[in-house]
Ligand binder design. Sequence first.
Ligand code: HEC
Length: 482
Amino acid sequence: MKIACVAAAAVVVLLAACGGDDPSSGEAGDTAAADTTGDGTGTGTDAPASTSASGSATEGDTGVDAARPDWVHDLAPLMAEHCVSCHSDGGIAPFPLDDYENASLWAPAAAAQVAAGLMPPWHAVETDECAPPLPFKHDARLSADQIDLVVDWAAAGAPEGDPADAAPLPEPQDLDLADPSGTATMGSAVEVPAAGSTLDYFHCLSFDPGHTTDVYVDGLQVIPGNRGIVHHVLMFVDEQADSANWDGGVLEDCGGGSGVGSATLVGGWVPGSLPIETPDDVAIRLPVGARIIFNMHYHNASDAAQTDDGTGVALRWSTALPRYIGSFQLVGAPGAGDMVDAPFMIPAGATDHVERLRYEVPDLGVPEIRVFSMTNHMHKVGVDMKVTMTRGADETCMLQTPRWDFNWQRQYLYDAAVEELPEVLPGDVVEVRCTYDNTLANPGVAEALAEVGLDAPQDVTLGEGTLDEMCLAGVGIAVRPF
Ligand code: HEC
């Protein structure tokens, strides 16, 4: 339902984002019709031949040739590459798309989702007001040709083609951290009470990952123990081991931070997360004796108590000192920065309500700081978020997520060597702008209200709970210490 409601808006965005870069996307339908006899013979196995048949299957095809696009030649490879990492048995998506039987059932829905730019999920898009400075790694968007292929296939009734023609399929993308060096898991289980006067708990968990030598982490994947109640996880490195004396490793009700003054934010998990990987030459320090702290936001809307019996993290490290040290800086609310118009308040019934925060970068006394990734974070009233960096008259839009979906929060990594990443200088201004729709027309609002038995929008203020809001950018920074 959520997806259906935002589909119309997303189509517009998608056209802006993807339409321009493909010469065949505009008038392709007309020209392709003339190609029917040339390309519709069904002998090729490659996608490009079939894309030019776009339109032929829906009209004018008298059924003399095998209809293309078909599953065997066109859709099976496309879905293996772009859908099956999530859409397979045991994957995070609710149904598989890895065989003809399932995929053909889902063909009309798949066509609608890809045409609207909603699948594969990817929210960092270019808009009229935002052209990020670099491409992003793992950009999941389909090309206009690929979208046509899915749409045309569905329109033609999802033909299978001859299974005897099937070629080996590409490997689906691996969503787990590649080559982990080890995993570390919180030892004790945490009990989260049934829904009562509060649904949200913030507990900090601390444990020693047990390293006997200093390591530098270039990949990490937080693994939530109980996905049913883990709303998000922030991961900190506590180099001074200040959290070592917490009873059972748990500090209850520790708020949104690490629970100790000195810990460094190095990563996290939010719904939709992929592993966090730093660019070459950048790594996160994890010295001997340092503890890992998880700030856990548990959200239990069910009427039974729930247990999280082991949130953990997979780590990939080396022992070589990197040139740059990686960490994350939270900018916005609640993070570094000042409200442009205080207070933070989104009135019930407001549409297009905007909150802005500005953060002027201080002189941190290091020779070089670069931004390697951006993560936007709001809750369920948010609909659009944009982060810019301004130096004098030059404004760079770092990330915009104009069709915000709480369920798809990601770290977007710039695809460039560290020296080419945007540099941050003292005096630069980071501005975070969040737009909210606090009406029932926003499916996120309806969903959040329903959880607590309300049916009318409420005034929303800044806070940690799912029914509060935030306007927060997690900025991945690489610092050259000397
Ligand atoms: C990163 C994981 C991921 C990838 C990749 C992905 N999906 Fe999904 N898809 C999901 C999840 C999870 C859902 C369930 C709804 C949600 O959470 O948004 C979903 C839902 C859907 C739905 C049902 C939407 C609805 O509610 O009606 C369709 C159809 C779909 N996906 C098609 C595709 C197609 C086609 C591709 C490839 C072109 C694809 N997906 C790629 C994760 C993914």
